[in-house]
Design a protein around this ligand. Structure first.
Ligand code: 3H9
Length: 708
């Protein structure tokens, strides 16, 4: 027996405890431990029933994902299949009670379904989240789950991957009972009760498998939903195919189909990218010079300066996390407008069923308003969200410096400006940090946490911890214009404009990037965010522009015509009253007129060139950011792009994508662009070095002493 799995026996009940902290991942070693325990139980006539339980905070959260990564990279050639082990458990000949708490996910739920009974504490979650890793259940989950929960529920769980509450799992038949109090005591009592009863094998329970007619409707609807809501992902469709086999074939044959689909998914680029994103999201929380033990400050009350779209959204983020907020504006009318917009947002969420009315009422009570900076004197954190202009921001920070308590954190939501210059308006630069929320702040998961030259480790650690509490992915970035996300987004959107200037249509550019997997095309994104935002920033920073480099001009001209995007009903596209876009012939003819005046030769541009130019420019700027240390690791850039810019998760982020297709290939193409198009395509020195050395961005990050 290993330390990972313990077997105890009392009064005819064997208890198998899985103890592999932190989440009891079902690694090869855990599977071997379970197999050893099963062997001892199989041959022991004194054992009348068996309990499986997880030690610590959870049952089993799934197979060990690290082993998948190793298997794909060839470090593990073959992993013992879980399926035969689960069959042995199902065939034990004595009732097996699976006692669940915390999360029973993936292989954990598959193990639980091989038992004869499942009981759980309230608050437990069960699920088959494999699709989020680009794979499908691979240990019989697609075959056993429809037999317990019915076809529709199994399809929903396996294709969408969302967790299911214990109450819901009880209703659908995944669980047999919910128990209160001590789980082990309840499980042993349950085991005694069922010890003399027959042990129902899940794989033989066919009564919920439905009729071909019922199932055809379920599968068709699920496939349609997967194609629209999980655009471009292979695993959801594979999961549906595997469940369809469960309804048409005997269990063993269905398992074979599942195995084939699982293997195909596991070895796909999509799965590698999604597993990279899973670990990446956890990796970004690790800051080499700000260790876990760094002391943190309490954040129990928050002030927000500015009740505009950003300020209002940020107020909702804190209120949703149960943190009271004081929202400040310069006049009552602006405050009333801000509050009305918050109320409208909450009302919409309640209407859509995202929040209950009670939740909304409680959150609204947490948002109070003021016109007076003086009322921030007790705030633990103040977030400034005023208009993007250095003079105004510095004025706000000098006011905050005067009124806030000594250890309050002073944060700016600037998306581009120099944090150190903002901090210079205070006498406490160590307390100043950037908290760059993305719009709409209450929806977008990304939070760029911008470290100034003097920001203290305590303040950084507090903000990183806070991001989790706010249900955000916090990524620590360095101070430069636009930080990581917007600094890369600038050249990306500029390239999209260049393509239009050279002859591509507005829709051709957006469609090509949408097909690549971006949530929206770059020009439509500009219309959504407001073209005037970039226009204003460009005007403010004109003196910083490098001379002699080509500048995009169409967006500035559109702004001069008052076409700011969706909010003015016209930008790159025209919009109806529901903000539905359609191509605007007036824009097309203006563009042709302007480009002819500028003597830019027009040509046909392929979708491939559109994608390469826009995505490779992201990679090139990302390489500079990485080399300068603005991003700690390549994966930090990826996580920014996956959570803040609609980059397709199944491509892993721009740097991972470059590694996947080959840094050398990207470099060569960029050199071609430089020759053909101009010097703004100068390859980043790091990109050139890695291409020459045959290395990846991930390898560069790990050589620096931080994991990829
Ligand atoms: C599967 O089961 C396939 C099967 O069909 C079998 C086929 C044969 N493996 O998230 P946290 C680590 S696929 C390895 O910060 P939380 C995680 O990296 C699997 N490691 O905690 C982190 O490490 P570190 C299906 C794992 O409380 C630490 O544990 N299952 C795994 O916020 C703490 O994690 C899933 O997809 C794993 N399976 O959330 C579930 N899970 O401290 C994936 C976690 O070094 N896991 N780690 O950074 C989760 O969703 C969340 O981790 C969970 C806990 C909700 C469980």
């Amino acid at each position: 027996m290993s330390d990972l799995v313990q077997l105890t026996k009392t009064d005819g009940i064997a208890v198998v405890t899985i103890n592999n902290p932190p989440v009891n991942a079902l690694s090869s070693a855990v599977a071997s431990g379970i197999a050893a325990a099963v062997a001892l139980i199989e041959n022991d006539d004194a054992v009348r029933a068996v309990v499986f339980i997880g030690a610590g905070r959870t049952f089993i959260a799934g197979a060990d994902i690290k082993e998948f990564a190793e298997r794909m990279s060839g470090k593990i050639i073959c992993r013992e299949s879980l399926k035969p082990l689960l069959l042995r458990i199902e065939d034990l000949g004595k009732p097996v009670v699976m006692a669940l708490h915390g999360t029973a996910f993936g292989g954990g739920l598959e193990l639980a379904m091989a038992g004869h009974y499942r009981i759980a504490l309230p608050g437990t979650q069960v699920g088959q989240p494999e699709v989020k890793l680009g794979i499908i259940p691979g240990a019989g989950g697609t075959q056993r789950l429809p037999r317990l929960a019915g076809v529709a529920k199994a399809v929903e769980m396996c294709a969408q991957g969302a967790p299911v509450s214990a109450e819901d799992a009880l209703k659908s038949g995944v669980l047999d009972s919910l128990v209160e109090g001590d789980l082990l005591t309840a499980a042993i009592a349950f085991a005694r009760e069922v010890a003399a009863k027959p042990a129902p094998k899940t794989r033989e329970r066919n009564e919920k498998l439905g009729t071909p007619e019922q199932n055809a409707t379920i599968f068709a609807a699920a496939r349609e939903k997967a194609r629209s809501k999980q655009r471009g992902l292979l695993a959801p469709l594979a999961a549906i195919d595997a469940i369809e086999s469960a309804t048409k074939l005997p269990f063993e044959k269905g398992c074979q189909i599942e195995e084939e689909l699982f293997t195909k998914c596991l070895f796909s680029d999509q799965s590698k990218a999604l597993i990279h994103a899973f670990f990446g999201e956890r990796e970004v929380a690790k800051i080499p010079d700000v260790p876990k033990e760094t002391p943190t400050l309490n954040v129990e009350s928050v002030g927000i300066v500015g009740a505009g779209t950003m300020g209002g959204g940020i107020a909702m983020v804190f209120a949703n996390a149960g943190i009271p907020v004081l929202l400040k504006e310069t006049d009552r009318a602006a405050l009333d407008r801000g509050l009305a917009s918050i109320q409208k947002n909450y009302a919409n969420s309640a209407k859509r069923g995202r929040f209950t009315q009670q939740f909304v009422d409680e959150r609204l009570k947490l948002i109070n308003t003021t016109l007076d900076f003086g009322e921030f004197s007790n705030a633990d954190l103040v977030v400034e969200a005023v208009f993007e202009g250095m003079t105004l921001k510095k004025e706000v920070f000098s006011q905050l410096d005067r009124v806030c308590k000594p250890n309050a954190i002073l944060a700016t939501n600037t998306s581009t400006l120099d944090i150190d210059e903002i901090a210079s308006a205070t006498s406490r630069q160590q307390s100043v940090i950037g908290l760059h929320f993305f719009s709409p702040a209450n929806v977008m998961r990304l939070l760029e946490i911008v470290r100034g030259a003097a920001t203290s480790k305590e303040v950084i650690a507090t903000c990183m911890q806070l991001s989790k509490k706010l249900n955000k992915v916090g990524v620590l970035v360095g101070n430069c214009m636009g930080f990581v996300g917007n600094r890369m987004f600038g050249p990306y959107r500029r390239e999209a404009q260049f393509l239009v200037e050279e002859g591509a249509s507005v829709t051709a550019v957006d469609d090509a990037l949408y097909e690549f997997g971006m949530a929206m095309g770059p020009l439509a994104t500009g219309d959504l965010a407001g073209l005037d935002v970039g226009w204003r920033i460009r005007k403010e920073n004109r003196h910083l522009q490098k001379t002699g480099l080509r500048q995009a001009f169409i967006e500035d001209r559109l702004c001069e015509l008052g076409r700011f995007g969706q909010k003015t009903g016209a930008g790159w596209y025209k919009y109806n009253e529901n903000r539905k876009p359609s191509p605007d012939p007036q824009v097309s003819s203006l563009i042709r007129q302007w480009t002819s005046e500028a003597r830019i030769p027009q040509r046909q541009i392929s979708a491939q060139e559109i994608v390469e130019r826009c995505i490779y420019t992201l990679v090139n700027e990302g390489a500079r950011i990485l080399e300068e240390g603005i991003a700690l690791r390549a994966v930090d850039i990826d996580i920014v792009y996956l959570n803040g810019y609609g980059f397709p998760a199944y491509r892993g982020g721009p740097m991972w994508y470059a590694d996947t297709i080959g840094v050398k290939k990207v470099y060569d193409r960029i050199c071609e662009f430089q020759q053909r198009l101009g010097n703004w395509w100068e390859p980043a020195p790091l990109l050139q070095r890695l291409a020459e050395q045959g290395k990846t961005f991930a390898e560069f990050s790990s050589r620096r002493g931080v994991a990829a």
